[in-house]
Design a protein around this ligand. Structure first.
Ligand code: AMP
Ligand code: MG
Length: 316
């Protein structure tokens, strides 16, 4: 999944459980990936869906179908911020890959015609997916890690392992509480967008939920002095341009948290903060390019600000 995955589990975990979790994560990556050489995509059901666009429906297994369905229905609802049909545009930018490039305006507008989330046929009975136009491509990059974390937690839970911290490169799932702190809460650091990886600007004290961060610092490239990052505005085909540097979303499941990190990239601080405050089950910490830090009201009490290079504010 292009990241280092760590899981910290309280107490003893049978090796067989660890092996099962690792196997599940590998197999999920193989089944979902749309990146890498053809040999890396051979088992990818999402790749098969993409290659059959405009031709035929493809059968997905239940785990793959569930995430595709979630991604497509969320895209219909939030299409100007989250759109998993953005694949052709993401591919043409190539951000995060060997040779990122700046596509022409004409190329982008052409590719945007292949991103309509309503031009997808989902068949719940048959568990099939068809992209109606040739050249359409699903890209689950914005929620796959969240889904993977949820499924990994499920494997642990099935074996009676209920306490731990699963971290897929900034996509953190807190299973149960922590036995390391007297209050039973896990301490989860929020990456400072402008400092080396591993430097946090504050911590969240949480249990039984997921905290996922997306930032413009993660994957990007520069051309002619301009910074282009990996989160694309589905309305324009260009990276989102707002005052937000990163968003951390806290939700009950990692899939939802991951989804919302992308939804909250559009619109800028004032609008996205308002959206997060008004969405039940969603809390967030916003960090702006001007180094302001704004948590939503529901988590203000569990957020500890630790870096004075950032200014904590209480409203936009
Ligand atoms: P995340 O790592 O959650 O920030 O998701 C970013 C990844 O999702 C990108 O690398 C793309 O593969 C994909 N992506 C980019 N922009 C969007 C978007 N607006 N909606 C859905 N997926 C996107
Ligand atoms: Mg995301």
């Amino acid at each position: 999944m292009g990241t280092l995955i760590t899981s910290v589990i309280s107490g003893d975990v049978p090796q067989a459980v660890t092996t099962e979790v690792c196997g599940l994560l590998r197999s999920l990556e193989e089944r979902l990936t749309v990146n890498g050489p053809p040999s890396a995509r051979i088992k990818s059901q999402v790749n098969a869906i993409n290659e059959c666009s405009g031709i035929t429906a493809v059968t997905a297994d239940s785990e793959v179908y569930r995430i595709v369905r979630k991604a497509v229905t969320a895209s219909r609802e939030y299409r100007n911020s989250f759109n998993a049909l953005i694949g052709p545009v993401v591919k043409s930018w190539g951000i995060g890959f060997d040779s990122p490039r700046l596509p022409s305006d004409a190329e982008i507008s052409e590719l945007l015609t292949l991103t309509d989330p309503f031009e997808v046929e989902l068949n719940d009975e048959a568990s099939t997916v068809k992209l109606l136009k040739k050249g359409m491509q699903l890209d689950l990059g914005a929620i796959a890690k969240g889904y993977a974390a949820d499924l990994a937690a499920k494997v642990y839970n099935n074996h009676g392992v209920n306490q731990g911290l699963i971290d897929l490169g900034g996509n953190v799932l807190a299973m149960g509480g922590s036995d390391r702190a007297a209050d039973g809460l896990w301490r989860i650091g929020i990456q400072s967008p402008f400092k080396p990886r591993g430097t946090s600007l504050g911590t969240l004290a949480l249990r039984d939920c997921s905290a996922v961060t997306s930032g413009i610092y993660e994957r990007s490239f520069e051309k002619d002095g301009k910074h282009y990052h990996h989160m694309i505005n589905p309305a324009t085909g260009y990276p989102f341009e707002t005052d937000i540097a990163s968003v951390t979303v806290i939700a009950a499941t990692s899939t939802i948290a991951d989804l919302w990190t992308t939804i909250l990239q559009s619109g800028g601080l004032a609008q996205s903060h308002y959206k997060a405050e008004n969405e039940s089950g969603i809390e967030a910490v916003f960090v702006t390019k001007e180094r302001l830090v704004l948590p939503t009201s529901g988590i203000r009490d569990v957020f500890t600000h630790t870096d004075n290079d950032y200014k904590l504010i209480s409203h936009p």
